[in-house]
Every structure is written in C-alpha cells, then in structure tokens.
Design a protein. Structure first.
Ligand code: ADP
Length: 419
C-alpha cells in the first residue's frame, strides 16, 4: 500500500485527485468502511474533506470531497488537527472527543493521524471501522507513514499550483510587455516618418546654402551655416538609423551582391572631411580584387557609416582610425579600428543592445541615441554575417564585421548608391 501511495503521490500534481486516490487505495487494502482525508483551511479554523472512500454515513454532503467541512473545535478529526498528535479510539463510545455525525453505519473504532509539514498540521487522515478495536496500533504507524508521504504530495501539488499561477501571471505580463513594445515601435516609426520629409527638405536647402548655390555667403554667415548643415546631417542620420532598424526587423531588402571595396572608398571620401575637422587620421586598407558580399548597398553603407561615425566620435584629436577590408575564405572581413577611449570589458556585449550607451548620461557629450551598433548587428545578422568587438579602455577599439561572399556573380553597377 505504501508503494502504491508513493506512486500516486509521484504521479499526481493535483491535491484533490491525489487525496481521493490515496483514500481509495487505503480502503482497498484494509477494507475499512470509512477513509477520509482532510486538509486544513487557510484560516486554520476548519478542515475540508478532500478525499473520501467508504460507505455512506448519513447525508451525502458529509462525504462529499470539497464540500464537507469540520471545525477544528469538534470531533476526533478536529482534535488531531488542533494538537498535531495521532489519536487511537478503540471504542468510540468511551472516547471523550468522538462526535457522531452519521447514522447509517455504526462506527465503533477510529484512528486519526495528522498530516504534518515541517511540524505544522496541514491535514488529517481519518480511518473508521464498524467493529470494536478493529484498528490495531500497527495500523496507526502505517497510516502515519502514509500521512508523511501524502504531505510530500501536497507540498508538490502546492508548489506546482504556485508555479502554474506564476507562469500564467508571467504570460500575462509578457503579453502586455510585447504590446507595449509594439506600441513603442509604432510610435517611434510614426515620429521618425514625420521627421524624415521636413528634415530632407531642410538638409537640401542648407546644403545648397553651404555650397553657395543660393548665392555667395557673407564670411560671418559661413560658420553658422556649416554648423546648421552638420547638425541637420546628424539628425537625419539618427532618423535614418531608427527607420532602418525597424525596417530591418520586418522587411529588409533581399540580399544582392554588393562591391564592398567600392562602397568603402566612397564612405572614406565622405568621412575624410569629418576626420580632418576632428584632428584625426583616417586610413583605409582595402584589399584589391575583393569578391562582392551578400547584402544591400544602402544597409551596408549604413553599417559602415555607423562604425566610422563611432570611431570618430570616441577618439580624441590626434588619434588614428583605420578601415581594413580583406577576404577570409568564404567571408569578407571589414574592420574599423580606432585609438580612442575604448570600452570596458563588461560592457562589450551590451553595447550592441538597442539604446545602450556606456555611461549614457555621463557621456551625453558624445551625442547619439545608442542605436548605431544595434543596427550594425541587425544588418550583419540579416545578411548572414556577424559582428564582434575587441577593446582596451584608454587604448582603442576594433569592430569586425564578417559578411558572406555573394553566391551569384555581380550584376552591372548602378542602382541605389546613396544612404
Ligand atoms: P551611440 O553611438 O548612438 O551612442 P551605438 O549603438 O553606436 O550608439 O554605440 C553604443 C555605445 O557603445 C556608445 O554610446 C559608446 O558608449 C560605445 N561605443 C561604440 N563605439 C565605440 C568606439 N569606437 N569606442 C568607444 N566606445 C564605443
């Protein structure tokens, strides 16, 4: 019987089902007319019958699991719950605690043992017989062993129920977070969409002003116009990063062969001016005869822009920035190194997270919104590549992007080469 009870406990994670099966198992083995298993209510004032096997002992609600409740103030069951001690009543007629509740079967003897958890009563196992002294003392020890096993089962059932409750609460929270995340993406998308057109117009006119197309600027106008132009370019870069990161996730352009060397040369020419202004040396070492990589020109241009932009931003004047591109087997490695401030080793993983910035609030002077590297990672991943970083604080950083060599031969040049 103990083996059977152990099996029931091991396979049942529902307290009610477990107690009912145990009640039936006890009755099958001992043929007692009444076997009842109670659990103590949360308020500790009453017990609820949770498993019952036996003959009818009166009105049906007296033996209905989940319905019948008994106060801890009355009867042998109540007494055992109160004292935490087993109780053997060889003749209930002379027992001071016996409380007659049924009338169809005459109960003559009774054994009642507590179900304990860490010394605290959590329930009661009650067995009754229609014969005098029918329940020997060894039955009491056996029932105590059963009660111990049941206690483990109840604990498991409770932990399982709690973990189920926690899991569903977590699922609700996760669904809510996903909804908020979606709303946030939608909001960012709308705002960046609204910013794009006016920014493009402003940028167009400012660049015309800057280049003198709208008339020669007076000397005192030149510096302010250059500043406005630079700031507008920063703003549109930022908005572009936002739009691309959202687009890359949902519908990135399909991969096509991209001549990375050519793309890099154009980027270097654009960045040369910025590097000069920042007092930095910008080197490029692009291996000749590079095979095209699989990607999209505007996306890969954005990837390179973001890496160069960071290298320039985080390197003090006098530093050196190097762009290296070479083939490595079936991949092309693009490397941007700088001699700048470097990144602490415990942050190397995190810098690729969206909106993450090392010492964000302290380093606000560097500008940016922490999306550049997240987009670099997203673009590399989209086209089957990967990105890694090595860095020493105070010495500099090297970002490496590996991109797969394109499978098909390159199509004729032309098409969209802008950012
Ligand atoms: P942003 O540059 O807009 O802050 P990024 O995602 O491009 O966002 O970069 C995240 C953070 O990683 C930066 O804020 C900076 O702290 C760190 N970082 C990126 N590139 C470099 C670099 N070349 N040198 C030092 N720190 C860098």
């Amino acid at each position: 019987m103990l083996a059977e009870v152990a099996r029931i406990v091991a396979t049942n994670l529902d307290a009610g089902g477990l107690l009912q099966d145990v009640a039936e198992s006890i009755r099958r083995h001992f043929a007692y007319p009444v076997v009842g298993l109670f659990t103590l209510d949360d308020d500790g004032q009453a017990l609820t019958l949770r498993g019952y096997s036996g003959v009818s002992v009166g009105p049906p609600e007296l033996t209905r699991p989940g319905v019948y409740r008994q106060s801890i103030e009355s009867g042998i069951v109540g007494t055992v719950a109160r004292t935490g001690q087993p109780h053997l009543a060889p003749d209930v007629a002379t027992d001071p605690y016996y409380h007659k509740s049924g009338d169809q079967v005459v109960i003559r003897s009774e054994v009642c043992v507590p179900i304990l958890e860490g010394g605290r009563v959590i329930g009661v196992l009650d067995v009754e017989s229609d014969r005098l002294a029918d329940l020997p003392e060894q039955d009491q020890s056996l029932l105590e062993a059963v009660a111990d096993t049941v206690s483990i089962g109840l604990r498991n059932a409770r932990l399982y129920e709690e973990s189920q409750e926690r899991a569903s609460a977590l699922a609700v929270t996760l669904a809510r977070l996903a909804e908020l995340d979606h709303l946030k993406d939608e909001f960012i998308q709308n705002v960046s969409h609204e910013l794009r057109s006016p920014l493009a117009i402003i940028r167009g006119y400012v660049e015309m002003l800057e280049s003198g197309e709208l008339g020669e600027l007076r000397p005192e106008q030149r510096k302010p116009v250059t500043i406005v132009a630079r700031r507008v370019r920063m703003l549109s870069d930022m908005v572009r990063n936002i739009t691309l990161i959202l687009e890359a996730e949902v519908s990135p352009p399909p991969p096509e062969p991209v001549p990375l060397g050519e793309l890099a040369q154009i980027a270097i020419e654009d960045f040369q001016v910025v590097a000069d202004q920042a007092g930095l040396t910008l080197h490029a070492q692009v291996a000749p005869n590079l095979p095209p990589v699989s990607g999209s020109w505007p996306y890969l241009r954005r990837l390179l822009d973001n890496l160069l932009d960071n290298a320039i931003k985080f390197t003090p004047a006098g530093g050196v920035i190097t762009l290296q591109i070479q083939q490595e087997g079936a991949q092309v490695a693009l490397q941007v190194s700088d001699t700048g401030v470097g990144i602490p080793s415990d942050q190397l993983e995190r810098i690729f997270e969206r909106f993450y910035q090392v010492n964000g609030s302290i380093w606000r002077r560097y500008g940016g919104i922490g999306l550049g590297l997240a987009l670099v990672k997203e673009i590399a991943r989209t086209y089957g590549g990967q990105v890694s970083v090595e860095s020493q604080v105070g010495e500099g950083s090297t970002f490496t992007v590996l991109l797969p060599v394109a499978a098909e031969p390159m199509r004729t040049k032309g098409g969209l080469h802008g950012t």
